[in-house]
Design a protein around this ligand. Structure first.
Ligand code: FAD
Length: 439
């Protein structure tokens, strides 16, 4: 007979927990499991998948259920490289198998329809519910269609935002492929706060990279709701160096602010008049994903206020919100931030379950932006808790230096790929897809 060592016992327990949670979905926890601690994570993106993994790494006795409707996760990071014709769909698509098999997380591929804080359960779209001791919610963002005149949800077919999900990104990619040489691409970024503040400018760069190669008489106009944007001097210098005058940027007060949309006529209207485009990439304003709004986790801003030490909602105890959906003013809404918050929240949840005082977090963020396949720049910062708020540590981080040799930009492009490889497959298994198709 096999000797029952502590390690073997833990393994058995972990395996049992992973397989037994599903049985408890509709019928409520079995007697044995009543003694187990259950954490339910809603949303399997950079925030949710990472927190699920770290919960199990820190405490293998925890029952962790990840609720995520999609079977494969498509990363927005590096999706601009797909638009530039540099990456393919398969390189940006990851399955959840590793989370299930290696970390013993119970992944349920159904959307959550609401979280009931009073009865501590997550209700799924198929009518079942999962009970929790603590929940962590990371649903990312939804688009807002109520802030620009005549703009409707259906308009994303002719004007794909490509700001979440693979379908919209592929649609924009196809529009770029079929537009005429000499055509105009409009890119319209929203006001802050939104997911990935430097993303629209990286997009303009990589679309320019594609157009320079295949449709060199074309132009890109950025009609921006803002007056300035991140890494602006570095982007502007790079654009001139790489693409001459192909990209033009208009700030909010110089005719960049979109007031009205005419999707049928493929045009937008600003206070300076009507602007038509062969391709219009209107990136709408955003708010927290619907499950957060429907569960009363958002305030009047549309985002989720959280205790900055633990990421516990200040509106509903026992529910933590991380990633893009959470209000953390000092940190950009990025995959890197979501991943850092995920680890801090995992530690805090375990501390709270053990009735221990959570520790003070320290976090970092680096956002790389490509201007061409071998030309990247970055912005970085370190954050800590001060007076109950997460703040940037004075003097930490900064942006890439200006006026440097091209080898420095090439090196940053290599670091960016290293960042993606290290942050993404830790949570997911890489998938190989032969062609660019929707996932
Ligand atoms: P998400 O990654 O969006 O994950 C949310 C998950 O929740 C999804 O899988 C969704 O299916 C699921 N979900 C939603 N509703 C429900 C529900 N009701 N029930 C169950 N599950 C649900 N960040 C970087 O750090 N570096 C970059 O270089 C970078 N580049 C970017 C480029 C672009 C073009 C864009 C658009 C974004 C980029 N980002 C980058 C930002 C990054 O993608 C987001 O900040 C990050 O994905 C946020 O993680 P999250 O977990 O909060 O949300």
């Amino acid at each position: 007979m096999k000797k029952i060592t502590r390690r073997y016992f833990n393994k058995l327990l972990g395996t049992f927990c992973a397989f037994s949670t599903l049985d408890t979905l509709s019928s409520g926890p079995a007697l044995l499991l009543a003694a187990e601690r259950r954490v339910v994570v809603v949303g399997g993106g950079f925030g949710g998948a990472t927190t699920a993994k770290y919960l199990r790494l820190i405490d293998p006795h925890l029952q962790v259920t990840l609720v995520e409707p999609k079977h494969n996760y498509f990363t927005c990071p590096f999706s601009n490289l797909l638009l530039g014709g540099i990456k393919r769909m398969g390189e940006l698509t990851h399955s959840y198998e590793k989370l299930k098999r290696k970390y013993g997380i119970n992944v349920v591929h159904v959307a959550a329809s609401r979280i009931e804080g009073a009865s501590k359960k997550v209700v799924l779209q198929d009518g079942k519910s999962i009970h929790y001791d603590r929940a962590i919610v990371a649903p990312g963002v939804d688009m807002r269609f109520d802030l620009i005149e005549n703009y409707q949800a259906d308009d994303i077919v002719s004007m794909p935002h490509a700001w979440k999900g693979s379908a919209s990104t592929l649609r924009l990619h196809r529009q770029l492929e079929t537009m005429p040489d000499g055509g105009t691409v409009l890119i319209c970024p929203p006001a802050l706060p939104y997911r990935c503040p430097p993303g629209p400018y990286e997009r303009a760069s990589l679309v320019a990279h594609y157009l320079k190669k295949y449709k060199p008489r074309s132009k890109i106009l950025i009609l921006d709701a803002k007056e300035q944007f991140p890494k602006q001097a570095l982007f502007s210098t790079g654009w001139e160096r790489l693409y001459g005058h192909m990209i033009e940027w208009f700030n909010g007060s110089a005719g960049g602010l979109i007031l009205r949309v005419d999707a049928k006529g493929m045009a937008v209207e600003t206070e300076f008049g009507r602007e038509e485009g062969d391709v219009i990439n209107l990136i709408p304003a955003q708010w927290a994903g619907r499950i957060a709004r429907d569960s009363g986790l958002t305030d009047e801003t549309g985002w989720c206020p959280v205790d900055q030490r633990t990421f516990e909602s200040t509106l509903h105890g026992g529910i933590h919100v991380i990633g893009d959906a959470a209000t953390v003013v000092a940190m950009p809404k990025s995959g890197f931030s979501a991943s850092n918050q995920a680890k801090i929240a995992a530690v805090a949840v375990i501390d709270l379950l053990n009735e221990k005082e959570p520790t003070s977090p320290s976090m970092a963020n680096t956002c790389y932006s490509f201007l061409a396949p071998d030309y990247a720049i970055s912005v970085a910062a370190v954050y800590q808790l001060s007076g109950g708020e997460i703040v940037k540590v004075k003097g930490s981080g900064g942006v890439s230096p200006p006026d440097v040799d091209l080898s420095v930009r090439r090196a940053e492009a290599i670091y960016a790929q290293g960042w993606y490889d290290s942050i993404t497959p830790v949570s997911y298994t890489h998938l190989t897809l032969p062609t660019n198709r929707e996932v």
